[in-house]
Write a protein that binds this ligand. Structure first.
Ligand code: MCN
Ligand code: CUN
Length: 794
């Protein structure tokens, strides 16, 4: 008779185990960067440029130096003496650490002060006198790519225009041929506005250079500590083993904490120059004006259609506004991230994409915000194009998707842009969503309401998202291959510590990784402690972004636990005095085949690894695993929103939101649902209220949370969640990533719903955020609000 443990009871796969990290978070016992206080620690503040584009004539720091308590006033010139005025970005560009020649965006770092306390440092920043000569300002790609545009990156040798990259993928000739045969061509122009990840905690660092030992320890808000260590080693020319990066508890990341920011570098330089630990804590203003922007992409697209609704081909061109420096983190082969994952869930024979990045006088943009390398833009464009095409053909939007979505027996399949999609039940997800929302009933209700002058709308968004880069053959950042790792040590009493190369920012890795160990070994999840983020102890990994942790680090956790189980099996054979071939496994226990009562628990094996191992066996029970995934994971989602638009005011209210997510096997269903709800809240915010805009002088409108809106519980609609499970065929436990799906696929559901409500007005598109004045204007004029670069006048 089986004596296997009950997996859900011990907190294994499928258990909605409470989040262990919350025990400290909700009691105010987290250890965030600003909680850290080192003996003798000094404080750093950054002086930022008030102008968007200007030549620096002079910087006078004498008054700042004269303030008591000031220890260091650092300018670009001083940084240049150490070869640190510029730093490489994660996209093979360069970025100014402190400006020397020009400032290129409002909020750019010009100087910094290190002082005894943060207030002195702030006062001293204000005492620095900078003389600027203003230059013409560029705030969008249309201005930037005009022939007579002033050159922004005159620091770069050979740069004669404002083009930051060009990129192309697909089959141009084949696509042209398919378009020539189309019955109808559907066109759409869109802008995905600039948005900000807005984690609760801004960026910050405490750099501690110890001149006696030569060791540099940097505590910092980073989602990818090992990449930072490598980058510091290369940029600061310090030996890598003398650098320790520690990422403590993070108050959210959402992609904001992937890049290397000048503030980090300045605090390191500050510590080296003063010989003391230096703390830099960015304020909300600094965070909103200078770091981590997402999106800001313009789309010009066409779908070639057959009368019966079949999509024959797709082509689009995307212009991205990269700001002054190209500093996104993305796989080095793909200049515009994974935008070419667009249409991966549809069966489209051929396509062609061109893309161009433009430098502008805005903070570096294009950083992924809850987006697997620009997949958010890709899926938004895709689903807007799909809806517009259905409407152009006069076809029902659900039926149009049914005609074109890949079928469950159509895997594996190559997309026209080279991705291998390996699994999915797209039609099942769509149908579940339609049933849940009551699609046919809603359409009847909508028609009745219309006859009474009310405008109801329903929007669908279906998408598959490539999550979990690598494989290492195709994906690298600055040449470092994208794999990940886990290390597991089982102590004599059967308790364990697990470390990975990922870095949780609130996703719950401390909870879910223990569940994977529990699933593989039968050790209760409560007996496994999880640690991430310290490069001196964690195995090398590429960090957490692009929802890669479960697909890659999570797989490594499985693999390392299996290695440990393999050794435990040998110990079990020794303890049970049978040969290893006669040993069977059930959760938590080995037993003798044919004599199930004779067995030993995993804990007994652990004890034996330290007290009673067979002759010749290496003591201990621990191992590590590096995991290079064979493919990306392809979660699928169907999001459906219903809205009512008030034609008098342009205000739209959400009636219902249904979400069907297929992220394969769910490790912790409660955490997955939390991820989906959080993502949908962000999706709603992007569709409804959020954008970062600039005026014509490059002044950023929205460097505060009065102009840049975060949704609260008050305006966020409720979400109805459903699931389909298609296990990932290559992941050891069948899991796929999920952390970004709802933020990626969600926005189009809301916008599509509003557009559906306006279908009879002739309006085909209103760019996000779909603000009431835009809706009202579109209804009044019958014209799109589309693809125009927003420049605020107010
Ligand atoms: N999970 C699960 N079962 C699955 C898939 C995931 O139980 N089949 C769990 C995981 O174990 C993990 C969580 O769900 O605890 C998210 O997993 P995954 O999809 O692997 O994503 P990552 O852990 O790599 O997180 C990154 C992703 C990204 S890129 C952004 S941006 C984002 C997001 O997660 N930022 C977040 N969600 C966030 N949630 C919080 N609270 N804070 C952020 O900064
Ligand atoms: Cu894409 S934002 Mo997340 O990848 O850290």
């Amino acid at each position: 008779m089986s004596q296997a443990l009950d997996e859900v009871k011990i907190g294994g796969l499928g258990s909605s185990r409470q989040r262990v990290e919350d025990a400290r978070f909700i009691r105010g016992r987290g250890n965030y960067i600003d909680d850290l206080k080192l003996p003798g620690m000094l404080h750093m503040e950054i002086l930022r440029s008030p102008l968007a584009h200007a030549r620096i004539i002079s910087i006078d720091t004498s008054a700042a130096w004269a303030i008591p308590g000031v220890r260091l006033v650092l300018t670009g010139e001083m940084a240049a003496q150490r070869n640190l005025a510029w730093m490489p970005t994660l996209s093979y560009d360069t970025q100014a650490v402190l400006a020397t020649d020009k400032v290129r965006f409002q909020g750019q770092e010009v100087a910094c002060v290190v002082a005894d306390d943060p207030y002195i440092a702030k006062d001293a920043c204000e005492a620095i006198v900078v003389e600027y000569e203003p230059l013409p300002v560029i705030v969008n790609p249309i201005q930037s790519l005009a022939p007579d545009a002033p050159l922004i990156r005159d620091d770069k040798e050979g740069q004669t225009d404002n083009v930051c990259y060009r990129w192309e993928v697909g089959d141009k000739q084949g696509t042209d041929r398919a378009f020539a045969q189309a019955d109808h061509i559907s066109r759409l122009k869109l802008h995905y506005p600039r948005s900000h990840p807005s984690p609760i905690e801004c960026c910050g660092s405490v750099a501690d250079y110890n001149a006696a030992t030569g060791k540099l320890t940097v505590y910092m808000t980073t989602q990818a500590p090992h990449i930072i260590r490598a980058a510091v080693a290369l940029v600061a020319e310090l030996p890598e083993h003398m650098i320790r990066i520690v990422s403590p508890d993070l108050g959210g990341g959402f992609g904001n904490k992937v890049p290397v920011y000048p503030g980090y570098v300045c605090s390191i330089l500050g510590s080296i120059l003063t010989g003391k630990p230096v703390k830099w804590i960015e304020d909300n203003f600094g965070n909103l004006i200078s770091t981590g922007f997402g999106r800001d992409m313009y789309l010009d697209s066409e779908l070639a259609l057959r009368k019966d609704g079949k999509i024959l081909a797709v082509r689009f061109h995307a212009d991205t506004d990269q700001g002054a420096f190209f500093s996104d983190a993305q796989p080095s082969k793909f200049k515009i991230g994974l935008v070419h994952s667009a249409f991966a869930c549809y069966d489209i024979p051929v396509g062609h994409i061109t893309a161009r990045g433009a430098y502008t006088n805005k903070a570096p943009g294009g950083v992924a915000y809850r987006c697997s390398f620009r997949v958010t833009e890709a899926m938004f464009f895709q689903e807007r194009m799909i809806q517009a095409a259905a409407a152009d053909l006069g076809m029902d939007q659900a039926q149009f998707r049914r005609i074109n979505l890949r079928r469950a027996d159509d895997f594996p399949a190559r997309t026209p842009f080279g991705f291998l999609v390996d699994s999915g039940q797209y039609h099942k997800c769509l149908q579940l969503g339609l049933d849940a929302i009551g699609y046919e009933d809603f359409k009847r209700e909508q028609a009745q309401a219309r006859s009474r002058g009310r405008r109801l709308g329903i929007g669908i968004s279906t998408m598959t998202e490539p999550l979990g880069a690598g494989n290492s053959r195709e994906y690298d950042i600055l040449g470092i291959k994208m794999f990940d790792s886990a290390e597991l040590r089982v102590h004599p009493t059967g308790k364990a510590i697990l470390r990975t190369g990922a870095k949780t920012q609130g996703q719950g890795h401390e909870t879910t990784w223990a569940q994977i160990v529990s699933h593989e070994l039968g050790i209760p999840a409560d007996d496994v402690i999880v640690e991430e983020g310290d490069t001196d102890t964690a195995p090398f990994g590429m960090g957490t972004y692009a929802s890669r942790s479960t697909p890659v680090a999570g797989a490594a956790v499985s693999m390392v636990a299996r290695k440990v189980r393999a050794k435990a099996r040998k110990l079990a054979a020794h303890l049970l005095e049978v040969s290893e071939e006669d040993i069977e496994w059930e959760l938590g226990r080995f037993y003798v085949r044919g004599a199930a009562r004779r067995g030993v628990t995993i804990q007994e094996c652990a004890m034996a690894a330290y007290t009673n191992m067979p002759d010749g066996m290496e003591p201990g029970l621990e191992n590590n695993a590096y995991y290079d995934p064979p493919n990306l994971t392809w979660p699928f989602a169907c999001y459906i929103a219903t809205v009512e638009v008030d034609p008098e005011t342009g205000v739209w209210d959400v009636l219902r939101v249904v979400a069907v997510d297929d992220c394969g096997v769910r490790i912790n269903p409660m955490i997955v649902e939390g991820q989906i709800m959080g993502g949908l809240a962000e999706a709603y915010a992007m569709a409804n209220m959020q954008f970062m805009t600039y005026d014509a002088d490059g002044n950023m409108i929205g460097a505060n949370y009065i102009d840049y809106l975060l949704p609260t519980a008050w305006e966020t609609p409720g979400f109805e969640l459903h699931e389909v499970v298609t296990p990932c065929p290559h992941h050891p436990i069948g899991a796929k990533g999920v952390g970004e799906c709802a933020a990626v696929g969600g926005p189009a559901a809301f916008v599509n719903a509003v557009m559906n409500a306006l279908e009879d007005t002739g309006v085909r598109n209103i760019d996000m955020p779909v603000l009431p004045d835009r809706v009202w204007q579109a209804i009044q004029t019958g014209r799109d609000v589309s693809g125009a670069p927003p420049v605020r006048q107010d």
